[in-house]
Design a protein around this ligand. Structure first.
Ligand code: ADP
Length: 316
């Protein structure tokens, strides 16, 4: 009744198979499958089946856990991660340089042509030469405009600010990123302050930063003996707001410590090494700072500070 096709129809077959072959496919391990609600909708479950023997009788006990929420959280983490990679493309200096070079090439080539032509006609036709010089200067202005536009883009980026409670923003991101961490024996401690002023931030981008830092931390904690992750928010004396993500992992590998925030620096096999560089550009686009320090008991603390909203510029 609870299972969706094809498991529903095959269920008796599974049991028979186990009883005759003794090869357990699910018994004692558990797995994710789909189940069916009363109204016919399908939802993901974690199904574990245990076996029991009472005298000569054999029985099976199935435990079903609804994992809709966990799935939803995983999907959102994937979404945020994809968005992070997208931001990386925008902020990738190489790409920016390439498009800058491309856009500037045209007016600069035109300036050269006009200047060259003006020089050639200067003696014979000074009026024509003056015209050509005027055209050259228009093109030079165009080049300047392109640079101004790009600069504005880099500074503001695609930052879309609203007034937010930092504690709430971090809480949400942390809940997403730490989904399933307990299963790996990782203790996640959230020490967040909420009775503080709201600040003006791009919520999605700041959540991307937190998701990225928390996921990096969880990844190292999985290989670690002590597995504690502390996510903390606080307000500094000057009103700036701070987020700290502290792990009890192995610390930063010395060979990359000096280049940690540069793009394409990674110690992971399939790693892109862009996460931290994007995090830093996002925080800096907010007028803040991101850095790391050793965790006193061993491990690493990633810390970033965001400036308090100035009066009247809060947006939202
Ligand atoms: P990636 O995760 O693709 O490697 P990142 O820029 O997010 O890219 O991280 C760069 C490198 O920084 C990682 O490969 C890892 O060596 C190191 N690192 C990041 N977070 C931690 C951490 N919490 N503890 C130790 N090392 C870390």
């Amino acid at each position: 009744m609870l299972m969706a096709a094809p498991h529903q129809n095959a269920h008796d077959g599974y049991i028979r198979n186990y009883l005759t072959t003794g090869v357990a496919k699910i018994i004692g391990t558990g797995r994710e499958v789909e189940a069916r609600r009363k109204d016919g909708t399908i939802f993901p479950i974690d199904l574990s089946v245990g076996e029991m023997r009472v005298g000569a009788r054999r029985g099976f006990i199935g435990v079903i856990r609804d994992i809709t929420e966990r799935h939803e959280a995983q999907r959102r983490v994937q979404e945020l991660t994809a968005e992070l990679v997208h931001v990386s493309r925008l902020s990738d200096m190489g790409q920016l340089a390439a498009s800058l070079a491309h856009e500037l090439n045209q007016p600069l080539a035109a300036v050269m042509n006009y200047a060259e032509a003006a020089r050639a006609t200067a003696a014979a036709d000074p009026a024509r030469a003056a015209e050509l010089v005027a055209k050259a200067s228009t093109q030079a202005e165009r080049a300047g405009e392109i640079i101004r536009r790009l600069r504005a883009f880099v500074e503001k980026g695609s930052v879309e600010r609203t007034t937010e409670l930092l504690g709430k923003v971090v809480d949400e991101a942390c809940a997403l990123a730490a989904t399933g961490a307990e299963v790996d024996g990782i203790q996640v401690v959230r020490d967040l302050v909420f009775d503080v002023p709201a600040i003006s931030i791009d919520k999605v981008q700041i959540q991307q930063v937190v998701v990225n830092l928390v996921r990096n931390a969880i990844e190292v904690l999985r290989q670690s003996e002590r597995r504690v992750l502390i996510v903390r928010t606080a307000v500094s004396d000057n009103g700036d707001q701070e987020v700290a993500i502290a792990d009890t992992g192995p610390g930063i590998a010395p060979e990359i410590a000096g280049r940690l925030f540069q793009p394409f620096v990674t110690t992971k096999k399939g790693g892109m090494g862009v996460g931290l560089s994007i995090c830093r550009s996002i925080v800096e686009a907010h007028g803040g700072r991101l850095w790391t320090e050793p965790n006193p008991g061993g491990g690493t603390v990633f810390r970033f500070v965001l400036p308090a909203s100035r009066n009247g510029t809060g947006g939202g």
